[in-house]
Design a protein around this ligand. Structure first.
Ligand SMILES: [Fe+2]
Ligand SMILES: [Fe+2]
Length: 207
């Protein structure tokens, strides 16, 4: 059994089914009191967590289907599937399609900063351009509805001159503001699952 296999920890004396209790608990209660040996255990557990990341992403996407429609004709998962499907059919790269698929994944827990959530989730695994597009997409999408709510539709102008400004305009115009059509034949999440697994299983890049 691989050391990165979650079963490794249970078989090594971990505590299962108890919220807040981690496998093979260490003895310290403050991080500063740990030891290299104990942190070897902690890091092993972290590998389990990161190895499960694609499943967590897919789970979060599926759960977004239960979060109501938020006033639109489609729910959040349908909106994101529509975004990913349109990007896929337009010939965008796998990374781009996966970015489209998760672009509103933070909507539930961070309704005012959901672009930053999506950007943070995908940042270690894709090119910086895609991360930036996800980060700023909410303010770029405002261009299409801010007038309706008395806000500034040109708020995106603060990013004018940025090297990826036009890319963000293109994203929201082709894969976001137009993705609320209940009659669009979106591909199912299962179709995108291999792409999600590939992107979120890569060695992370920190910069
Ligand atoms: Fe959004
Ligand atoms: Fe969106």
């Amino acid at each position: 059994m691989s050391k990165r296999d979650p079963r490794h920890f249970a078989s090594a004396g971990g505590v299962e089914g108890q919220a807040g209790i981690v496998p093979r608990p260490v003895t310290f209660t403050r991080i500063r009191d740990g030891s290299p040996e104990e942190f070897a255990t902690v890091m092993e557990s972290l590998w389990t967590l990161t190895g499960n990341l694609p499943n967590r992403i897919l789970e979060a996407l599926r759960e977004s289907a239960d979060e109501g429609v938020g006033g639109y004709q489609v729910n959040r998962i349908e909106h994101m599937l529509q975004s990913a499907t349109r990007a896929h059919r337009a010939g965008e790269s796998m990374d781009y399609v996966v970015a489209a698929l998760v672009h509103d994944i933070g909507d539930i827990v961070a309704p005012y900063t959901h672009g930053e959530i999506a950007a943070a989730i995908i940042k270690p695994f894709v090119e910086p351009r895609l991360t930036w597009i996800l980060k700023v997409h909410p303010i770029f999408t405002m261009y299409y509805y801010a007038d309706f709510i008395g806000a500034d539709k040109n708020a995106r102008e603060k990013h004018r001159g940025h090297q990826w400004f036009d890319d963000a305009v293109y994203f929201v115009e082709n894969y976001d503001e137009n993705c609320f059509d209940p009659d669009y034949d979106s591909l199912p999440l299962d179709y995108f699952e291999p792409m999600v697994r590939e992107v979120f299983s890569r060695p992370p890049r920190f910069d």
